[in-house]
Design a protein around this ligand. Sequence first.
Ligand SMILES: C=C1C[C@]23C[C@@]1(O)CC[C@H]2[C@@]12CCC[C@@](C)(C(=O)O1)[C@H]2[C@@H]3C(=O)O
Ligand SMILES: O=C(O)CCC(=O)C(=O)O
Ligand SMILES: [Fe+2]
Length: 351
Amino acid sequence: MSSITEDVSIENLSSLQTLPDSFTWKHTAADSVLPPSSAAVKESIPIINLSDPDVTTLLGNACKTWGAFQIANHGVPQKLLDDIESLSKTFFDMPSERKLEAASSDKGASGYGEPRISTFFEKKMWSEGMTIADGSYRNQFLKIWPRDYTKYCRLVEEYKGEMEKLASRLLSSILGSLGVTVDDIEWAHKAKNSGSKMGSSVIRLNHYPVCPEPERAMGLAAHTDTCLLTILHQSNMGGLQVFKKESGWVTVEPIPGVLVVNIGDLFHILSNGKFHSVVHRAIVNQTRSRISVAYLWGGPAGDVEISPISKIAGPVGPCLYRPVTWSEYLRIKFEVFDKALDAIRVVNPTN
Ligand SMILES: C=C1C[C@]23C[C@@]1(O)CC[C@H]2[C@@]12CCC[C@@](C)(C(=O)O1)[C@H]2[C@@H]3C(=O)O
Ligand SMILES: O=C(O)CCC(=O)C(=O)O
Ligand SMILES: [Fe+2]
């Protein structure tokens, strides 16, 4: 039974011995975070070697069937993954008062705090996070790490650079599976020709402390990401689950050095509904804390509109969605949450 009823803040989760009422979720059978019965076949999202000669087909199939996959041979140095993970650990291991010095001024901005989606749920999530959204994270790093500030800012910039390269490479390959190229997208074509970066992105460091009653808690509630795609580095502790209509919640087992990729809402729009943004969540456990580092890639820098690729929609076929910038879509998402795609749909898919 939960005995603590007072308001508990996320920065103190690690010290709690019982699950406070405000963190106790009433999971239905379909939502259960308990492992499925042993009779159930253990499914998993595809693991794709990016050096495979069939990579385009494999990526295309994974995007259609799952909206998520794992990638090996991605070219991101292991040391960089280890370093960003240890930066995260250093941050979350700090005393609450120091973490709060980096608190975000509002839910979408850089800084420490609850997940932005928390406003849509009655109960609190068993996690804390640090959003690294734009240049403003530097002021927060300076406050909390006056001595290591330069080192950590450099690390974040290097991480962003590598992730952006990987994201652009994935975009090209995935588009290939739809029979189009980056030249069919005005913003991607421009970026390619000018050699400029396709750099609107956010990094979210997530920490899921050990939980006294994991089966009644929720680390990060079910959601889709708003961006084009998310590249997730999860520590060697599992917790990420993706939802598949036919199978329910499927756990993504961590594999050292392998990254997870999720299709986000903007890719659903870009592909004119061919790929679905995957619903996913993070569950927690009673034995070990967990860290994940999510790189959410919005594609073009600046306020550039993303719309269905006309070649995919077909010369006469309908475009299912109106053009939208990432920032406008974020505004809509955080007003209507899981109805955001419906809010920008212009054609009913059954028409
Ligand atoms: C740009 C953003 C994407 C994000 C909301 C945010 O404003 C900042 C953090 C992102 C994140 C990370 C955790 C899950 C998520 C749904 C959330 O609550 O905050 C995503 C948001 C998203 O993809 O829309
Ligand atoms: O921690 C995880 O495994 C999932 C994180 C996530 O979904 C996110 O940051 O958007
Ligand atoms: Fe997510």
